[in-house]
Write a protein that binds this ligand. Structure first.
Ligand code: PLP
Length: 461
């Protein structure tokens, strides 16, 4: 058994070496039509197995033909780059293969998770009465917050008016809010998407107006999903203004920081979430701006009891030793749960909190640099605001959607488009702290040259 894993780890190292070399030489993988994948790669499974050397070839083919999400030309998603210490931690997680449900099966790894959570409570002004967990992603963090909010409201109400609950988010809130409303039984139709102002932040006056309107109709407002870094514009809702309204109407305030929540690590940018200590729950994704592998999501809940009340269930086949403080399954949705904390812990331990702050600050600097480039060039129109990691723009009169598609299919660049208040634009996200200003210039040069060469063939706005 030991011999086999050692051989396969040697194989891993060989594959990794080839992959990492190719990441530099060909930062954008060759586009393959989805219908043609099986012609290019031997994907089919058969009754008979294959020799290791053959398997190596197929795996190499899969590696080299997959989109290269860590390369310096990947701007397509809200994640990018990789923190190598986090990768190391995650590889060890696979090797260890514990599950985070109980102390008996996870041992010291429980402390790894608890230590990160404690640090987060300190950073956001929660306290020893707080609790948290590492759900499978930002969507799941949002789901758990909605469930806690619902259960809190349910416990308050003596009549049976659960079907009248109303949740709020911004028109720019994440799509998981609607999905979660379905999952929780609340129903999508009971989510109000509040209009935002010109900068993409929830219109606070409109929010209170909608609450009053709903109350008048006999409905029960119970939950606000505010955003720290909206998915398209990276706008930060104003927590200081929203919190008093939530308090007044007894609405659970959740801050979805999946994208921008990591500003809590930076003294320079933390002001974007001022008032975060007034929230009932908060989440962020270390797999987006921090370069940890997918997924590394953290949910913090100000008052421990809500997490326990909603997610603690007895299971005597599982919980046989130690108390609930060390049996993390008591406060998670999943039963078998991989350790998604060790990767963040490994990088945090290695570079310290200051190192994490530098990652975030570098990303804001890259965004500033890109905005400056755009503003100094009259061929561009800018749609993004200061202190945002999403640099939204259009180039000349090229249609952003068609341009992104053609950049992708020609293996030139991986970048996507977004929409805000009837405008469509290219969205350059600076979420890879390993990139330098030169990489940003290279991005613009590649885009400009491509447009020059293909100007007759790209659609116009
Ligand atoms: C990415 C994102 C999410 C979802 O996170 P996943 O980990 O992909 O489930 C939620 N909210 C916002 C604002 C996001 O940007």
């Amino acid at each position: 058994m030991q011999k086999k894993i050692k051989e396969d780890l040697a194989l891993f190292n060989q594959l990794a070496k080839t992959f990492l070399e190719q990441e530099i030489q060909n930062p954008v993988a060759e586009y393959i039509d989805p219908e043609k994948v099986e012609e290019v790669i031997d994907i089919k499974l058969k009754e008979e197995g294959i020799a290791d050397q053959e398997l190596k070839k197929v795996l190499e083919n899969i590696l080299l033909k997959s989109p290269k999400s860590s390369s310096n030309l990947f701007f397509n998603q809200l994640f990018g780059g990789r923190n190598s210490k986090a990768v190391l931690g995650d590889l060890l997680t696979v090797l260890l293969n514990n599950s985070m449900a109980t102390y008996k099966i996870a041992g010291p790894q429980v402390s790894v998770e608890k230590e990160i959570l404690m640090q987060i409570y300190n950073l956001i002004g929660y306290n020893h009465n707080s609790a948290g967990t590492f759900p499978t992603g930002g969507s799941m963090c949002n789901f758990m917050s909605l469930v806690m909010a619902r259960d809190r409201k349910k416990a308050e109400k003596t009549d049976n008016s659960l079907n009248k609950l109303i949740a709020y988010t911004s028109e720019n809130g994440h799509y998981s809010v609607s999905k979660n409303a379905s999952l929780s039984g609340l129903g999508k139709q009971n989510v109000r998407h509040i209009k935002s102002n010109k900068k993409g932040k929830i219109d606070v006056i409109e929010f209170e107006r909608q609450i009053k309107f709903d109350l008048k109709k006999g409905l029960t407002p119970f939950y606000l999903n505010a955003t720290a870094g909206t998915t398209v514009l990276c706008a930060f809702d104003n927590i200081e203004e929203l919190a008093p309204i939530c308090k007044k109407y007894n609405i659970w305030l959740h801050l979805d920081g999946a994208f921008g929540g990591t500003v809590i690590f930076s003294k320079k940018h933390k002001h974007l979430v001022r008032g975060i200590n007034l929230t009932d729950s908060f989440c962020f994704n270390a797999h987006k701006t921090l370069g940890a592998p997918i997924s590394t999501s953290i949910l913090a809940v100000k008052k421990k009891d809500y997490l326990y009340n909603s997610f603690n269930t007895d299971a005597n086949y599982l919980y046989q030793t130690h108390n609930e403080d060390f049996n993390l399954g008591r406060t998670s949705f999943e039963c078998g749960r991989r350790n998604n904390a060790l990767k963040l812990w490994s990088m945090w331990k290695s570079i310290g909190q200051n190192g994490i702050a530098q990652i975030i600050e570098q990303e804001f600097k890259l965004a500033d640099f890109a905005r400056k480039y755009i503003k100094n060039n009259s061929d561009y129109n800018i749609y993004s605001f200061e202190e945002s990691l999403a640099v939204c723009f259009n180039y000349k009169n090229f249609d952003p959607e068609d341009l992104c598609l053609k950049l992708y299919k020609s293996n030139t660049l991986m970048v996507g488009f977004g929409c805000f208040q009837e405008k469509k634009f290219i969205r350059l996200v600076t979420v890879n702290a390993e990139n330098s200003n030169d990489d940003i210039i290279r991005f613009f040069n590649l885009l400009e040259n491509f447009c020059q060469k293909n100007k007759d063939y790209i659609k116009k706005i």
